[in-house]
Design a protein. Structure first.
Length: 338
């Protein structure tokens, strides 16, 4: 009886030790797994934008090609909002066109005298047109006709809004600006309470907002005369242009000159080289998946667009480009990558 009790105690003691060891191993294993996961906050745009779908699809790309990266896709006011959130360290990665990155990096426009010098370009993946769209039977034929008209420059805090205001101010045009979301602007256009709206296209194709509007209205983009484009570029030489072919919109009978933007991902130099390397590598490897939801990404040469960056590239981008045999110009290499 005495020895039986001892044996039970020994057995209990050994079981407790084994259980403790098992729990410690399990904890260490879990910690290792968690340590490999890299959680990122990604500032995008309005959910009604086609670009938002690109980032939702990116989650599937990362699951397949970079499983350690765990992004949280955040709906934001787009480029300007994303830039400010990066500066405040509220997000890790953001969406913006090259023109906004350039202004913020150099302390221009909305960042006058307050440059964000640690901004870095990660990957430029789409060149998109920016049509200034009006109802087809409108009397508004040129950008000068927008003077005094009710016009929406895009969602509040977006690159559209910022660049539109700069462009129109450059030629002395003062519309009655409509402030609000794209959904508000779309509803106002349907009711003809708004004369026109600007929204970045998906390449040369109308954005989802315009596709919805065209089920109710005939639309056309305003044509910007070459001399007007050149006048604006005297003030903003870093703004790019393009042509919207006739028939792009359901009420458009002629080609129209307009502005364009190169869209892409950016961050600050605080984001690690390895994280950005994995991000860029995964995007290239999952390009076909991304093109399925954002056609303009398939019409753009990503390497060429990224090497056309107006701000320095991130060290992680440079690492990947070197790996695939791409020579990066000296002016795009930041101090931390030299």
């Amino acid at each position: 009886m005495f020895f039986s009790k001892i044996n039970h105690r020994v057995l209990f003691f050994k079981s407790s030790i084994l259980l403790s060891i098992f729990l410690i191993v399990l904890l260490l294993f879990s910690s290792t797994v968690m340590a490999k996961r890299i959680f990122l906050n990604v500032g995008t745009t309005n959910k009604s934008s086609s670009a938002y779908g690109y980032y939702v699809q990116m989650l599937k790309v990362f699951d397949k090609y970079a499983p350690e990266l765990k992004p949280t896709i955040i709906e934001t006011g787009a480029a300007v909002d994303n830039t400010n959130r990066l500066a405040r360290e509220e997000i890790d990665v953001g969406l913006a066109p090259d023109s906004i990155k350039y202004q913020a990096f150099n302390g221009m426009g909305k960042w006058e005298g307050k440059p964000i010098s640690n901004l870095r370009n990660m990957l430029s993946w789409a060149k998109n047109m920016q049509p200034y769209v009006v109802i087809a039977d409108s009397d508004i034929m040129t950008p000068y006709d927008l003077d005094g008209a009710k016009f929406c420059c895009g969602a509040r805090g977006s690159a559209c809004e910022a660049t539109c205001e700069m462009i129109l101010e450059s030629i002395g045009v003062k519309p009655e600006f409509f402030r609000g979301s794209l959904a508000d602007a779309t509803n106002a256009m349907k009711d003809r309470r708004l004369d026109g709206v600007l929204k970045t296209s998906c390449g040369n194709k109308p954005d989802a907002s315009f596709l919805e509007l065209q089920t109710y209205l005939k639309l056309r983009p305003i044509n910007w005369a070459t001399e007007t484009l050149e006048l604006v570029k005297e003030d903003y030489p870093y703004f790019s242009t393009g042509v919207i072919p006739a028939g792009t919109f359901n009420g458009q009978t002629e080609d129209a000159n307009s502005w364009s933007v190169v869209m892409g991902d950016f961050c600050t130099s605080d984001l690690s080289e390895e994280v950005v390397y994995q991000w860029v590598k995964a995007c290239f490897e999952g390009r076909d998946m991304l093109v399925q939801v954002y056609a303009a990404a398939g019409e753009t040469d990503w390497v060429e667009a990224t090497l056309g960056s107006l701000i320095p590239l991130h060290a992680g981008t440079i690492k990947y480009f070197k790996e695939i045999g791409v020579e990066v110009p000296e002016e795009l290499i930041p101090p931390e990558a030299k």
